[in-house]
Design a protein around this ligand. Sequence first.
Ligand code: GTP
Ligand code: SPV
Ligand code: MN
Length: 601
Amino acid sequence: MKNLAPAIFPPMGIGDAKPTNKAVLDWVHEIATLTQPENVFWCDGSERENDFLIAESLKQDVLIELNQKKVPRSYLHRSHPNDVARVEQFTFVCTPTKQEAGPTNNWSDPAETYAKLRGLLTGAMRGRTMFVIPYMMGPADSPLAKIGLEITDSKYVVLSLSIMTRMGEIALKRLGNHPSEEWNRGVHSLLDVNPERRFICHFPQDNTIISVGSGYGGNVLLSKKCLALRIGSYLARKQNWMAEHMLILGVESPEGRKHYVAAAFPSACGKTNFAMLIPPAHFKGWKVTTVGDDIGWMRIRDGRLYAVNPENGYFGVVPGTSYKSNPNAMRSIAHHTIYTNVALTDDGDVWWEGKDGPPPVHAIDWRGNDWTPQSTEKAAHPNSRFTTGMRNNPALDPDVEKGEGVPISAIILGGRRSDTVPLVYQGFDWNHGVYLGATMASETTAAATGAVGRVRRDPMAMLPFCGYNIGEYFQHWLDIGKQLTNPPLIFNVNWFRKGADGKFLWPGFGENMRVLKWIIDRCEGSGGALKSPIGWLPSPHDLDLAELDIDHNAVDELLGLDHEEWQKEIAAHKEFFDSLGGVVPEELQKQREQLAAGFDL
Ligand code: GTP
Ligand code: SPV
Ligand code: MN
């Protein structure tokens, strides 16, 4: 057969990245032969390369220039209106057997899926440029750092990954020349951005991801959910570490004592906000710093868990972000930011629901249509996003580049629950904490396509991101616990409980410091708590609520357990475990029976 691949040697990018690993070069050649691009561009993430790609993107309407005085070096991207969120129904884990993918993943046969995808990718990049992106996840000197290569025909992906990952030279250097080096193969093509040809497929046994038919972040920035979580979790179990959907933050007392905590909340349930928390005035001298806002990789060291943030930037929810709710995010996105699916004002600024100040009298909405405050449609899509480098964050933790990671004192779990679940409580021990994680639930959000506001079980916030059998994932948590002599304490929080009037009972955001402070007190052995059937519960006076304008009844409601609601909750735990078809470890079944007994059920 005639080799239709364009000439790709030497590298044609304008950057200096010089790949020498033969396995990488062979793979790039293979994909170029298949997709037949006009040319191949090796990306290095340099300033010069970004300038070039931004200029091209502006010409081709991939990016819209914003008012560079208002938001310097920032651009707006509009994704296709049919392509604005993760697509869980088109996301597949293609392990050799269905059993390995487990009851919570869509599975498809690897050979059949490769064949289907090869068909879709054949000639898919004709007339387009194929970009090859070498990137690294994690600090360069971390034992957990991983190398990925993403091939894409989207400039938006290249520009986004240059923010979200450590791209170029640094990755190639770490990868080296050895043919058996571990690295992730990622292939992405927009195709014709048609939901009927949209598939996000993972082949964990080959460390390979193929994503077609989408241009939306979570589906195409393969470093993030695809590598750092789905493939990451699969590798983590094999290699005895943890890849989790967790923010990581540091909290320092006025006396200079510092703890790190990691928190798993489902998509659009408050990770970025919590990671950037600014303590209210009452907590003078307390400081919260961000290590990561979405993903935590953790390993065991000296009997403790140490975490690194594998990412280099934030892909955050825009609506609701303001100087009132999240000043650190606002400062982070004031420059050098790519906005996706927000509204464009007449003076070239960006706008979204919940931004400070009055709405503009006229704007162009996320679809490109005229918008006024009288419009019934939202100006910004509810899942509109910012992409910004972590170094833009004024509260970035100084140890974010530390390869050994930061020691984790507490793991916090949480979801969006209008009822039942108290503001905060603590698990009795590691195994009970694993049970809390395994039975977590949350109301669905706009981060994935489908119904919003439906309560679904989302174990450890990993339901859409666990790359193997969820029963084995639970067992992996239990196994990790056995190896820890100083395990993190495990907590559950719920910022989203509502009163009879349908309003949130808890003010949230910066005020979450009050809950965080109790968690830190518990880690230091000082905070008070009452033993309840679900775990250790603070009573109202155990939380520092000074200078907070909140009703006593609201606090009682926030911390209360409603027997009837918990009866239903425990029944839902059983139903969930039963639905998994026998994969749930015995230990967690035992935990469930103990919980039920606590309620005399
Ligand atoms: P992903 O990036 O999708 O993983 O989301 P995330 O978990 O980082 O959530 P994020 O912090 O972006 O918050 C999502 C939405 O929840 C935003 O609209 C926030 O305004 C809102 N939110 C965050 N924290 C709180 C809180 O403490 N209370 C309330 N009521 N809303 C919150
Ligand atoms: C999430 O949905 O959890 C996100 C956004 O962080 S995405 O990258 O689209 O998955
Ligand atoms: Mn986030």
